[in-house]
Design a protein around this ligand. Structure first.
Ligand SMILES: [Mg+2]
Length: 204
């Protein structure tokens, strides 16, 4: 097998940890629902899925969630509470830095939304330094739909085993494996980084 040509990173739980429980607690403090009810509204209603496939604007999403939660703050306070849920997974952002230092092309491949990405751009400098960004809300389609994997291949100009892909969700990894990508279920940096090293990538 040749050394891979590019590395594709899922964002949530690979480069950034996140906890919607933080947002739920903040929204519940100034709303009509309990924190677990807010969490359910955020994560299990169709609202977030519609937002992350680009079917809803951030303004519509804010109005709908604030109404569902009886949130009494401003829209900007809602965005802050909703987005400030991330912490950097440093061994993985260091891995990205090591690949970048050796000019290996890298890509962010994420089911996400514009409010989260706006916050992440401001808060996490590493995020600016990828060659490509394939984001569900811009593509109008979410992983594991094949169409968004095809968008990654077009952006990279690569297919098959030239592409390494890290994701923490099995169904997303499967979407890469069926295309012949070297897709790896990311569990911990301690497991993932040596595997990339075995594939010949400069992991630091
Ligand atoms: Mg993830």
């Amino acid at each position: 097998m040749n050394v891979p040509s590019a590395v594709v990173f899922d964002l949530g739980k690979v480069l950034l940890d996140f906890d919607y429980g933080i947002a739920a607690a903040k929204l519940a403090r100034r709303g009509q629902l309990t924190a677990p009810q807010v969490l359910q509204t955020l994560s299990q209603s169709p609202l977030l899925h519609r937002f992350e496939t680009g079917l809803t604007t951030k303004e519509q999403f804010a109005v709908e969630v604030c109404a569902a939660c009886g949130f009494s703050g401003t829209v900007d306070e809602f965005y802050d509470a909703f987005a400030d849920i991330f912490t950097e997974i440093r061994p993985m952002t260091a891995l990205h830095g090591a690949l970048r230092a050796k000019r290996i092309p890298t890509c962010i491949f994420s089911n996400t939304n514009g409010v989260a990405i706006g916050h992440i751009r401001q808060r996490f400098p590493f995020f600016a330094h990828f060659d490509h960004y394939i984001l569900s809300y811009e593509q109008g389609v979410m992983k594991p739909d094949a169409a968004i994997y095809a968008a990654v291949e077009r952006a990279l100009g690569l297919t098959g085993e030239a592409i390494v892909y890290l994701d923490d969700r099995g169904e997303n990894v499967e979407g890469g494996l069926v295309r012949g990508w070297r897709a790896l279920l990311h569990e911990t940096p301690e497991k993932t980084i040596p595997t990339l090293g075995q594939w010949g990538l400069p992991v630091g």
